[in-house]
Ligand binder design. Structure first.
Ligand SMILES: C[S@@+](CC[C@H](N)C(=O)[O-])C[C@H]1O[C@@H](n2cnc3c(N)ncnc32)[C@H](O)[C@@H]1O
Length: 281
């Protein structure tokens, strides 16, 4: 099963539309915002002159950052350059549609086989928000990001620990197998958060801070119910589960929500990186 984010523009219209809906609902959900707004606030407070999000998708994170930067009295004066890139024309078109009329975000499409289209040492901050888990070579992306980062710049990696994702199910063993099938079908590196320290060691970067948080729903689903609805479209179109298995799992999740015994949970990690031996003084 291949990760749908490797080549999103090749997906069926129904699948890409389900992904777009989910990415927007996820980023706008207050429980998810609690996880990433702290790093957005840190970026804004540092009064950056240039920021980049790699793998921006439909742009909810970079739009949120622009919104906060323009409201911040000092950064508003400095006119931060805001860049965002992705490999999907469809996501970028949606991103441009959703951006504010007076948005200054510079959107850029690029081919994954090519180098990122920016100058060396251009950025104060580079964001990779749920990107690395979907790349064939996360180390190569980290190395590119390191080149584009100013000597005192910082990289934010926010990612899902896919292997911690779980939905309750009537059969425990089958439930764990389905969790695994689902997560390994939507991310080619489901262990990205667990491997990052090793990957970072291979680059000229270091972790200067990391924190993790759990996002669970017990009883009723909301954030995770939106995920179930998104997965419902992917499960069948991408042949993640057998038809009967998929229907039974979906029915269970929807019934559990209705009856108040829904349970779903995942851990998320945020890493702040700097060039080695920089950013600590
Ligand atoms: C899970 S989505 C995250 C999108 C956005 N950051 C967000 O949180 O809503 C992963 C994104 O990575 C993009 N992507 C996949 N491979 C990429 C690559 N080699 N370079 C840049 N972006 C890539 C996909 O097109 C998709 O937009």
């Amino acid at each position: 099963m291949s990760d749908p984010y490797i080549n999103p523009d090749k997906l069926d219209a129904e699948v890409i539309s389900a992904i777009i809906t989910r990415l927007e609902e996820r980023a706008n959900h207050p429980k998810f915002q609690e996880l990433y707004l702290p790093y957005i606030d840190n970026i804004v407070a540092s009064k950056p002159t240039a920021v980049l999000e790699i793998g921006c998708g439909t742009g909810p994170i970079i739009r949120q950052l622009e919104c906060k930067l323009t409201k911040h009295p000092t950064t508003y004066q400095t006119k931060t350059q805001i860049h965002a890139c992705d490999i999907s024309q469809q996501f970028l078109s949606q991103a441009q549609t959703l951006a504010a009329k007076d948005s200054c975000i510079q959107w850029q499409l690029y081919q994954p086989q090519q180098a990122l289209p920016y100058d060396d040492e251009q950025f104060d901050w580079i964001i990779m928000h749920t990107l690395l888990g979907h790349l064939p070579d996360p180390c190569a992306m980290l190395e590119q990001a390191s080149q584009l980062l100013k000597p005192d710049g910082k990289i934010i990696i926010f990612d899902t620990d896919f292997l911690s994702s779980t939905f309750a199910y009537h059969n425990v063993e089958k439930g764990r197998i389905i969790d695994y099938k689902l997560m390994t079908s939507i991310a080619q590196n489901p262990d990205i958060c667990r491997k990052l320290p090793q990957y970072i060691e291979k680059t000229g970067l270091q972790i200067i801070e990391n924190y993790s948080a759990n996002l669970s729903e017990v009883g009723q689903g909301d954030f995770w119910l939106s995920s179930v609805h998104g997965l419902a479209k992917l499960i069948t179109s991408l042949n993640i589960l057998e038809e009967n298995e998929a229907q039974d799992w979906l029915n269970y999740q929807l019934q559990a929500h209705k009856q108040g015994h829904f349970f779903a949970s995942t851990n998320y990690y945020t890493f702040t990186l700097s060039h080695k031996n920089k950013g600590l003084n």
